[in-house]
Write a protein that binds this ligand. Sequence first.
Ligand SMILES: NC(=O)c1ccc[n+]([C@@H]2O[C@H](COP(=O)([O-])OP(=O)(O)OC[C@H]3O[C@@H](n4cnc5c(N)ncnc54)[C@H](OP(=O)(O)O)[C@@H]3O)[C@@H](O)[C@H]2O)c1
Length: 279
Amino acid sequence: MASKPSIHRDQRLHRKDPLLQYRWKRTQCLKQNLMQGTKDKVIVITGASSGIGEATAVMLAERGAKVVLGARGLERLEGLARRIAGAGGEVAYAQTDVRKREDVTSLVNLACERYGKLDVLMNNAGIGPISPLDDLRVEDWDNMIDINIKGVLYGIAAALPVFRKQGFGHFVNTASTAGITVHPNMAVYAGTKFAVRAISEGLRQEAGDKLRVTIISPGFVRTDFTESMTSPEMKAQIRDSMDKMAISPDAIARAIVFAIEQPADVDVGEIIVRPTAQG
Ligand SMILES: NC(=O)c1ccc[n+]([C@@H]2O[C@H](COP(=O)([O-])OP(=O)(O)OC[C@H]3O[C@@H](n4cnc5c(N)ncnc54)[C@H](OP(=O)(O)O)[C@@H]3O)[C@@H](O)[C@H]2O)c1
């Protein structure tokens, strides 16, 4: 005969001790409350195929959210969707280039059509091909502006009318500690992330009492972020810093889950999560 689920075994073991029984019940209750905050929420994530987006998608799906994933690389998206579905999660995905407004709109529409609503849009897709301004890597500047700023704006344009109509909704926009302090070689990247923070704060002020806006500002995080860097010197330098101090993308995902699971009248405005070793 198949053995009963371990949760019941734990309960039986604790039944004889009132204190243990109380603690067990309280833990179950806390777990349940946390699940309530994310369970069945429909969450669109751009830049979901790796790093911070991927970690957040997995964590949210584990907590019962329905995740809708977008990125350019279809193969990685498919692999991630298989993993999430294989673990019992609810997931949809679509190839999405946030430089194209129609792609971002389609991703949001996919979520609404498949699941009937949209609770959260995480504008996370971003690149960081940093370099000294003297290098005149103008194509990189254009790409950072198109992906990091205009991509976020296209996300707002796609989701804001949906949120207004529903009377609820939550934007989570990925900025950076580079959006708080400027360092040499990071002028354009920092400029895009300052812009994300400014746009998000403006959005928060205009949002009214029904919508929520959260800025997540990570420091060094262990992801594929350096892949977008076209300057070999910068790539080597940032990789070296990442090897020395970067934290897991799960650390950022946990902060995002915290913001999402708050009650509807609690707006977590900005969270900065950086390695303790980062100056
Ligand atoms: N890692 C860090 O240290 C760090 C620190 C602060 C802030 N951030 C921010 O965190 C966010 C996520 O970066 P990450 O560190 O997780 O890097 P990552 O591992 O390189 O992930 C970036 C994601 O964005 C997607 N992406 C890139 N260009 C896109 C486009 N045009 N349209 C749609 N998706 C696109 C990538 O997939 P495809 O290439 O397949 O499209 C990938 O899924 C970015 O906004 C980044 O600026 C990262």
